[in-house]
Design a protein around this ligand. Structure first.
Ligand code: LLP
Length: 443
């Protein structure tokens, strides 16, 4: 079956997957097709678009430049839990990104790409002493502290290494993010942050600790938010706290509104990044003029999904078509261990065949080879398929590879970045011997 450029192009543009954006822009120059990528690197493979990554990061950065007061008025700290391949981090660093990290391992990634620890904020509810020491030794910008015990531990660790830890408190504003319950984090019942009512007293306690320096305030209310109203509501609550703290003599330098802006998976209409940033600064700038005596405050963003989500697809090959009594299954070579989101959240990802066939479509569940009924990537999709077909699982750039596992001793997928008509392997496919290299047999 010949490679069908037109259908691929239509599929690609229809579903926002920008894998071959350059091909669409320069059809004569482009030589790359998903088939060639699969031939070169095999499947399953995550494929990211450099153009799309750049565009989404610059949507934040350029809007900040336009609306923030002065060059130092904003910092976009990419939440690398969404996708943390060194090549992606390096690209974003070169564009000016800081990083939001949640582990010592993620800090090691920043160091590995020559990132500036002064642009790193450390989130997460369970930082260990070792992680604190590592972050202090590199003088990171700020710890986002999530509890009183963490505050005391950080004070003790900072004291033991003769440092002061810059902190912000992650305040839980009790705002409903109106998203999937598993990725909603700003409600009272969630494990994250310090309760809004306890924030003032916790800041007072923080300010009295010798090795703690409160410099900011932080929140993150959830992920895949389509509407920015809950984020702006949370922002208003943080602004009130900044004012209340200033009245007590605790003056903060930055306000971190977290991540959370959603992407289009299926007919979703997320707020445009630039619009959201504009609205944030409309509030911030008005408040600075009227309440904050024009004093500068830096605004930080921690976006993850909105930067990488629609910049990546998962390329997979149909192994078998199985026609059951009540269902048709397309068994592909990617599985829940490669892309956990459907199994974990019943998440919907678009599925586009690279080659379109003329035979009538059937309704398929797209499933992997893993021994779990939960091992599915998509359900009830009208597709015309043949064995050996390549499928693009769309909007897979965020929380795809970073959540992958080796379940069933399956090596994790390869990762590739497409840059114009070039494809670069940025992570090799894992082979079985690498998977058990750290294991040993009893003597
Ligand atoms: N900051 C903090 C403190 C976070 O916990 C997160 C995401 C972010 C920033 C980035 O949020 P984003 O801009 O990506 O929405 N695995 C789930 C998503 C979990 C989000 C965890 N926190 C999924 O696949 O949908």
């Amino acid at each position: 079956m010949p490679y069908c450029a037109a259908s691929w192009r239509a599929a690609v543009s229809a579903v926002r997957c920008i894998f071959l954006r350059s091909r669409i822009a320069q059809p004569r120059k482009a030589r790359l097709s998903p088939i060639e990528v699969a031939k070169l690197f095999g499947t399953p493979t995550y494929v990211y678009s450099k153009a799309a990554l750049t565009e989404s990061f610059l949507a934040y950065a350029n809007a900040c430049k336009t609306y923030a007061q002065g060059d130092d008025g904003a910092l976009v700290c990419y939440a690398m839990k969404a996708s943390s391949n060194l090549a992606i981090l390096h690209l974003l660093k070169e564009l000016g990104a800081g990083f939001d990290i949640v582990s010592g391992g993620e800090l090691e990634r920043v160091l590995a790409i020559g990132g500036d620890p002064k642009k790193v904020i450390f989130s997460g509810v369970g930082k260990t002493r070792e992680e604190m020491r590592l972050a202090l030794s590199h003088d990171i910008l700020c710890f986002n502290v999530e509890s009183i015990p963490e505050l005391h531990r950080l004070n003790e660790v900072a004291g033991s290494v003769g440092k002061q830890a810059r902190i912000s408190l992650r305040v839980n504003p009790n705002v409903d993010a109106k998203t999937h319950p598993y990725i909603s984090t700003g409600l009272k019942e969630n494990k994250f942050g310090v309760a809004f009512e306890d924030a003032l007293s916790t800041y007072r306690a923080a300010a009295s600790l010798p090795h703690i320096h409160p410099v900011g305030i932080d929140c993150h209310i959830g992920s895949q938010l389509l509407d920015d109203a809950p984020l702006l509501e949370a922002l208003d609550k943080l602004i009130d706290l900044v004012d209340a703290l200033a009245r007590e003599g605790i003056h903060l330098h930055h306000l971190d509104i977290g991540g959370g802006i959603g992407i289009n998976y299926k007919d979703d209409e997320p707020v445009a990044i630039a619009k959201y940033v504009e609205r944030v600064f409309a509030r911030i700038n008005q408040w600075r003029l009227h309440n904050h005596q024009g004093k500068p405050i830096k605004v930080m963003f921690e976006p993850g999904r909105s930067i990488v989500g629609n910049a990546g697809i998962l390329l997979t090959e149909v192994q078998y078509l199985k026609h059951g009594a009540t269902k048709h299954f397309a068994i592909v070579d990617a599985a829940m261990n490669d892309l956990m989101r459907p199994a974990m959240y019943e998440a919907w990802h678009g599925v586009e065949p690279v080659v379109q066939h003329s035979q009538p479509a059937k309704t398929y569940d797209i499933v992997g080879p893993v021994c779990e009924s939960g091992d599915w990537l998509a359900r009830s999709r009208e597709l015309s398929l043949q064995e050996g077909d390549l499928l693009a699982i769309l909007s897979a750039g965020a929380y795809g590879m970073t959540m992958a596992s080796n379940y069933n001793t399956r090596g994790r997928a390869a990762e590739v970045i497409v840059d114009g008509d070039q494809a670069h392997l940025i992570r090799k496919r894992e082979n079985p011997s690498e998977l058990f290299a750290l294991e040993s047999i009893l003597k």
